[in-house]
Design a protein around this ligand. Structure first.
Ligand code: SF4
Length: 447
């Protein structure tokens, strides 16, 4: 996963305990004189490796003993009695992710420009991040300790990149031997312990599509509801991943996949009451088809993987329109600017924005930003870079530019190629607003 999902502490040296980064004023932590830089090493005699351990060991306990290593080197033993559910008011350092031991054919690292920032080559494979953020792991190198932790701490659900249940195919895709590729026992152990699994298939033309995909979906569906859903997303090839074993995705291939998976879904809906296996939005859009309706997705089990995002966006947009009908913007015509998006989503967004302009008088324009950094095959908005945006400068209109908030790091205004938003704003000569949908809706409603 790209670091946009979570900031990997690549350079962080593993030390004992977990470091406190903030203490809320007036909180229990402040009362105990805990400070940023202190490390909590043990809770009730149990070792703390990260904030998940802290959360787990303190959860539900009212009498606690914390072993704390003060930032000055002093060792404290802090006895605490707290009210039920009373929060410590502490924030902790990020989890330092564990690295994967695979060599996937389609790994994003192989798709990076050689001079990309080192952080973009970090291959995280961490069951903790899977639980916390929905990052996928292959489980192929999960240790016994990690497995025990998932079960003991109930780190459910887990998001697992299965790709294929055919072992030969899975081993080929992951670049590991068949023994390591075989995760059936590991999945079973998790499921038997009540851990739910959401599976993912990165679908590669001619490798794990067709009959292999049919078998994968069938095998996983046999475990429903312990395996809750399967997301099927297409291979993304940048101009740097030129591995000859990979075949690029085409609109015809997408249409064939839709045809095959729709047939499977009909059967699954009948037998399980859910479509269970969901295609990524990209497959529909590349095929030139409309994404399915709301009811297709149930509770959107894998929306973060781009499955149902377009449908959900359309719904949010419809809600915004209804709100504006009741309370129209005061000076809509003054809202004159350009919204940037990826080439894949541009037709959908253009249609919605054209409707908004017509109904309410806003003057917004949508511009598709071609991905020059990774190559034009990369069509999603979240991977656009500062260089790509600058190249689209001639197409900007109005008084400001809206950038999707997914195009910069979640905790810092920096884009994938290292461009800082304030520098980009200066180079564009226009105010830049990095907005998620909520921010966009507020901007329109308050205009
Ligand atoms: S699991 Fe595969 S795709 Fe993910 S980081 Fe490792 S090698 Fe890359």
């Amino acid at each position: 996963m790209y670091e946009f999902a979570v900031t990997p502490a690549v350079t962080q040296i593993r030390r004992r305990g977990v470091t406190i980064t903030e203490v809320a004023p007036g909180s229990l932590g402040a009362e105990l004189e805990l400070e940023p830089g202190d490390r909590v090493v043990k809770v009730n005699g149990r070792v703390v490796r990260d904030y998940l351990d802290f959360r787990f060991h303190t959860g539900g306990e009212t009498e606690l003993t914390l072993d704390v290593l003060k930032r000055g080197g002093e060792e404290w033993e802090v006895e605490i009695e707290r009210g039920e559910g009373e929060d410590f008011g502490l924030s902790f350092e990020n989890i330092a992710p564990r690295q994967c031991a695979n060599e996937c054919l389609f790994c994003f690292c192989k798709g990076n420009p050689p001079d990309a920032r080192p952080a973009l080559f970090f291959r995280d494979e961490d069951v903790r991040l899977s639980f916390l953020y929905g990052n996928y792991t292959t489980l192929s190198s999960i240790t016994d300790d990690e497995m025990a932790r998932v079960i003991e701490q109930r780190l459910t659900p887990q998001y697992v990149s299965v790709h294929a249940t055919d072992l030969k195919v899975r081993a080929h895709l992951l670049g590991v031997d068949e023994k390591r590729a075989d995760i059936s026992d590991k999945m079973r152990r998790m499921m038997d312990a009540g851990i739910e699994i959401h599976a993912q298939v990165v679908l590669c033309p001619t490798i794990n599509d067709g009959e292999v995909l049919r078998k994968t979906v069938e095998d996983l569906a046999a475990e429903y509801p312990r395996v809750r859903s399967v997301a099927i997303v297409p291979l993304g090839l940048t101009r740097y991943n030129t591995d000859e074993r990979l075949t690029a995705v085409t609109p015809e291939w997408c249409r064939e996949v839709i045809r095959e998976v729709s047939a499977m879904q009909r059967g699954l809906k009948e037998s399980l009451g859910t479509n269970f296996a969901f295609l990524g939005d990209e497959i529909y859009l590349r095929a030139g088809r409309r994404v399915p309706g709301r009811s297709h997705y149930g509770d959107y089990p894998q929306i973060e993987d781009g499955v149902g995002m377009v449908r959900s966006f359309r719904e949010e947009f419809a809600r915004l329109t209804r709100r504006l009908e009741k309370s129209a913007p005061r000076d809509a015509a003054a809202l004159h600017g350009t919204i940037l998006t990826g080439t894949l989503f541009e037709p959908v967004l253009s249609e919605l924005i054209a409707d908004l302009n017509e109904r309410f008088g806003t003057r917004l324009k949508v511009t598709a930003v071609e991905n020059r950094y990774f190559g034009s095959e990369i069509v999603v908005a979240g991977l656009m870079t500062g260089e790509c945006v600058e190249a689209a400068r001639g197409e900007l209109e109005g008084d400001f530019v809206v950038l999707p908030s997914t195009a910069h790091k979640s905790d810092e205004p920096v884009m994938l190629d290292g461009t800082r938003l304030e520098d980009l704003e200066r180079r564009l000569g226009l105010p830049l607003r990095a907005l998620d949908f909520e921010g966009f809706a507020r901007m329109v409603a308050e205009s």
